[in-house]
Design a protein around this ligand. Structure first.
Ligand code: ATP
Ligand code: MG
Length: 357
């Protein structure tokens, strides 16, 4: 059963066509992440679901009800924003209970819900404090609590962690995941952080210019990106690319050729076309391995040690190439190294249209 259905959704501002005929079905209990670079329309889409924007065309259904023209408060959703949007003069407890009180809910019920939410989010000791007396992470937990007390089936998050430092972001990320596992609500979560997307999502929708490029599981998006944009967007550092031609069983570029034995083409049969070969830094090696083929020898340009692993950068055919190696390597800057690749882990994209082959 779908929890949210978006049908042919169009949204235009005066001068900008932001969402274009967008279709999206979100399953009941699913954690769906909207991922894309700044300005691609993520918040706009979320705000349309919440009812905070009037759409130009299309329909939005929540729990099999057409809510396209319903007020935000009637849609049965809870929303958490990047800026915590807490009432500064109220205590945490008041912040949590205020909305329920306005709705005329009985005192006992309000108490129960506030207790439950503050227990889940571990903010019980903070209930008497004001937002100014809380850390960023604590404020964001209160903001989540405010959505939680409403006891809704659908949660919408718009970059709730982006104002926090890296450590806190990682901690709260785990808490949000735990929250979802416990409550099993439908959650739609906007971010431009791919680590958040890959770790939290049941499925990720990758957006570009108001259109969904790929909607799939994190593993699929990482291992089988549907086009060059998705391939380059996910993964850090970005996938390495070569521009050449597929001829028979080989990918050929200038004097080099890579045997493509083992590559799973979407369409079997003969391929003879201009294409990009992509390979992630973690699927290259600087020593021979089973199943790997030698690509080139090149001079090490930069070493980026990151503790458990090191990124080794090369200049190759006018592009920067990166290889991930174990952190305890003995490599030195300016040395020559042989680069090997695993053809089974390579990705091929047509030059024409840049779709996966
Ligand atoms: N009120 C508005 N009037 C006109 N254009 C707007 C308005 N709000 C947003 N836009 C434009 O719509 C596009 C999508 O904006 P949106 O806020 O949805 O992006 P986003 O994906 O959430 O980006 P970010 O990651 O920076 O938050 C942008 O180009 C933005 O400039
Ligand atoms: Mg946004």
């Amino acid at each position: 059963m779908n929890s949210i259905s978006i049908k042919e959704l169009d949204l235009k501002y005066q001068d900008a066509h932001v969402l274009k005929q967008l279709n999206l079905n979100i399953k009941k209990g699913e954690f769906l992440v909207l991922l894309g670079s700044s300005g691609c329309g993520k918040s706009t889409l979320l705000n349309c679901i919440a009812g905070l924007l009037d759409i130009s065309a299309g329909q939005i259904w929540i729990n099999d009800r057409n809510v396209t023209w319903e007020e935000p408060k009637d849609r049965g959703i809870g929303m958490v924003f990047q800026s915590y949007a807490l009432y500064p003069q109220m205590t945490v407890e008041k912040n949590l209970s205020f909305g329920l009180k306005v709705k005329g809910m009985a005192k006992g019920e309000i108490r129960e819900r506030v207790d439950r939410a503050s227990k889940i989010l571990q903010i019980e000791p903070l209930l008497h404090r004001k937002p100014s007396e809380l850390s960023g992470g604590q404020r964001q937990r209160v903001a989540i609590g405010r959505a939680l007390v409403r006891d809704v089936e659908v949660f919408l998050f718009d970059e709730p962690l982006s104002n926090l430092d890296a450590k806190l972001r990682a901690d709260l990320r785990v808490e949000i995941k735990r929250l979802h596992q416990k409550l099993k609500n439908t959650m739609v979560y906007v971010t431009h952080d791919q680590v958040e997307a890959l770790t939290l999502a049941d499925r990720i929708a990758i957006m570009k210019n108001g259109e969904i490029q790929q909607l799939s599981t994190p593993a699929d998006i990482y291992h089988k990106p549907c086009n060059l944009f998705v391939a380059q967007f996910i993964g850090s550092p970005s996938m390495n690319l070569l521009e050449g031609r597929i001829v028979g069983e080989n990918f050929v570029y200038q004097d080099y050729r890579v045997n493509l034995m083992g590559y799973e083409f979407i369409n079997q049969g003969d391929h003879d076309e201009n294409a990009f070969l992509g390979i992630r830094p973690e699927h290259l090696a600087l020593e021979p391995r089973d199943g790997y083929v030698k690509l080139i020898s090149a001079k090490i340009d930069i070493l980026e040690p990151m503790g458990d692993e090191t990124i080794v950068w090369f200049d190759f055919m006018g592009r920067k190439w990166s290889v991930k190696v174990h952190g305890d390597h003995q490599l030195k800057w300016d040395e020559d190294a042989d680069i090997y690749l695993d053809p089974k882990k390579a990705h091929l994209f047509a030059k024409q249209g840049e779709v996966r082959l």
